[in-house]
Design a protein around this ligand. Sequence first.
Ligand code: ADP
Length: 447
Amino acid sequence: VNQLSVSDEKAPKEGDAAPDDKEISPEERSLMKKMIRDHLANVKGDVNVQQKDPNSPLYSVKSFEELRLNEKLLQGVYGMGFNKPSKIQETALPMLLADPPNNMIAQSQSGTGKTAAFVLAMLSRVDKTKPYPQALCLSPTFELANQTGSVLEKMGKFLIEDGLKVAYALRGNRLEKGSKCDAQIIIGTPGSLLDWIMRHRFFDPKKINIFVLDEADVMISQQGHQDQSIRIKKALNPSAQLLLFSATYEASVMNFAQNIVNDAVIIRLRREEESLDNIKQFYVKCDTAESKYEALANLYGSLTIGQTMVFCHTKKAVNWLSEKLSKDGHAVALLTGELEIEQRLAVLNRFRDGKEKVLITTNVAARGIDVEQVTIVINYDIPINHMQQPDFETYLHRIGRTGRFGKKGLAINFVDGTRSRRQVEEISKHFGKEIKLLQVDDLDELE
Ligand code: ADP
């Protein structure tokens, strides 16, 4: 457990302190998701395609060979351990690589293979014998640009050995005054890239034949990025292929998308609905805030059979609880919004790798981060909104991450008074699912 000083010995109560209010920004969240993910997300559901011409036949590929890629590129793809295209790649890749090229807007949750798809498209669209930029990729932040660059350099390894060049238009990274960029591919953030084009004229935007705008949803959350992206797009040749990727599909994102990428094929992979069907839900009755601790400590042995996430309302409670559990000899990991991104990544990596079995966290810190193998979720504090009413959406989101892929999951709600008891009743009623009383000595029921 990280060193955090907790002076008072008493268990914090809800309302004692503000909720974990250090919001994690969309770009940090996105970076974390990328960095902790080392495999494809397991998604059900079908790819939905809206074509420009609904009568034209849809091709999908079951293998990378069918795409007739350059030998060195194919080698790079296999070198990354990819055996076959992911679900979204099956449909997107033939359209991305088609001649004449298609513009595309693609939406699917993180981890479905979008980055790999557009990196492949960029690599296959440049001619390394021509010493000027032909492919542009826009990322919302310095870190995300570097992340994409590392995927590109891995996949394009054999092309790079053969003379292909990649440049980064990022803050602090400038070419010599008056010189020209000789890399075929540029990855950058909107501000720096705009400088490279307009102010320094490091390259001719009219020669770009593929333009990728990644993480459009994160992009629009950043001040000024939207306008800069539009200005860059306007500097390009109208015949350039335009691609836009997003993890979400709100109206604001789609407006921006259609503003930048006109006349596009739209492909979407809908997120699997979170459901409570595979999950057994219980509540544990505790008399006081202190006895919630006793109950958790008693459960600890059972929690470590699988992997458990324990949710508290405030970071103070998270800190208090983890410190007390570790003092009592129980290994736990802790995640709150106040940790630096590197610390958060380290915690999540260790948890994902099973080095820690129990993760104590707040909503804010855990939102949007899927750890797929979680089997038990404990609501140490029932999720509530600022009106002190049960927050059904958060409940579903916390719990819905267990019991995925047909595995049975378990949710345990801690109740320490009439208010939280009533909240659990409302949750049960809202979802039309029973939440049974669990006697802590009666743990056999859990297995
Ligand atoms: P997204 O951009 O949608 O978040 P990524 O392209 O980053 O998804 O892919 C998520 C993870 O899956 C990465 O670790 C990536 O290396 C891996 N991956 C992508 N495509 C494939 C594939 N066809 N086969 C196996 N793994 C893949």
